[in-house]
Ligand binder design. Sequence first.
Ligand code: GLU
Length: 444
Amino acid sequence: MKANEVIDNLKRRFPNEPEYIQAVEEVLTTIEDVYNQHPEFEKSNLIERLCIPDRIFSFRVTWQDDKGAVHTNMGYRVQHNNAIGPYKGGIRFHSSVTPSILKFLAFEQTFKNSLTTLPMGGGKGGSDFNPKGKSNAEIMRFCQAFVMELWRYIGPETDVPAGDIGVGGREVSFMYGMYKKLARENTGTFTGKSLEMGGSLIRPEATGYGNVYFLLEMLKTKNIDIKGKVVAVSGSGNVAQYTVEKLIELGAKVVTMSDSNGYIYDPDGIDREKLDYIMELKNLYRGRIKEYAEKYGCKYVEGARPWGEKCDIAMPSATQNELNGEDAKTLLANGCIAVSEGANMPSTPEAINTFLAAKILYAPGKAANAGGVSTSGLEMTQNAMHLGWSAEEVDQKLKGIMKSIHEQCVKYGKQEDGTINYVKGANVAGFMKVAKAMMAQGIL
Ligand code: GLU
């Protein structure tokens, strides 16, 4: 396999899908060597079968707003690869959702899920529906209309959706409620459900906590203590909130958070009380992060990201391509020693190369943010057993999984000079398991 040729071919076949091509390119350039050590892979054209999703469903979602106006949105589900388990991955509601975005996410998810040690394949879904400013009733009607189209293609052993940007416990519960009605079964086809209807303890916290657990593993390789470290976090949604919660608990100082309008810089650090305010502001009132700056009298920068602020550690937890090559250089110039990604593909290829060349501790999202989907896997297990584990049990299992993901990265990413290339480690480890399963099941 020549990575360049495969990528050029995909570009020709799928023009106008830049995010998908970006995600594929990052993986193929790092697995090329290992792939070519296995002539049987090439003989069965494993690479094309791995890069191109098994299938994509697309459908129109029609819904009515509170004033009675009728709207349409596009809905999609990308079933990327089920070699190691049922398709598994979140659903995103955001105006930027396109087939390219969902294909990149489903591709990444396949490798991420492989790393979790649990039997989950990769998928992703979503809609270009914009939940901002919508009433609870409008969200409910949209979720119900979305599932009316999707329900036939999903199931506990075929495809298990969950949340992502714009989809949290409220939306998953609305979708699962409608799903149960249509499918006449109650076996947990969605994860991230509310607790009372079969959700798992620690699932809301899992992506953020897991990212911090992964960061701790990375810091341990250099005997660095998290206590007192200054951390720049982007985003203020589910992932960012629980990243900050765990960082506060461990004695780190979080100085930034953001939303799509801008970021706040609080030199005193966001403490527990301030985080409670952010959680209420974002989860209950669905307000803007700017209000934090007004309340606590700190700096707010409109239309910018926090990477220009001095920090020891950066944890991008908002969205794809939110940290570019220039940002990466600024972070390094300001003394940043570690970057751990809570979002999916937040760093551009230029940023990734900058971090790798500087040999700082850099963890790509598919390793560092895998705690969310891992705990979804634990939710599936609890549902299948018709019982629920305690928060401590789930948290312990999550810690164990993040440790194991780190070990896999070290195994495949350790360089001759002793540093760890986590991008290579995560991609090769994730790839090998899926590749072996695909070979075992024959040409499909
Ligand atoms: N959307 C999350 C992710 O990117 C979670 C997926 C899931 O729990 O299935 O991994």
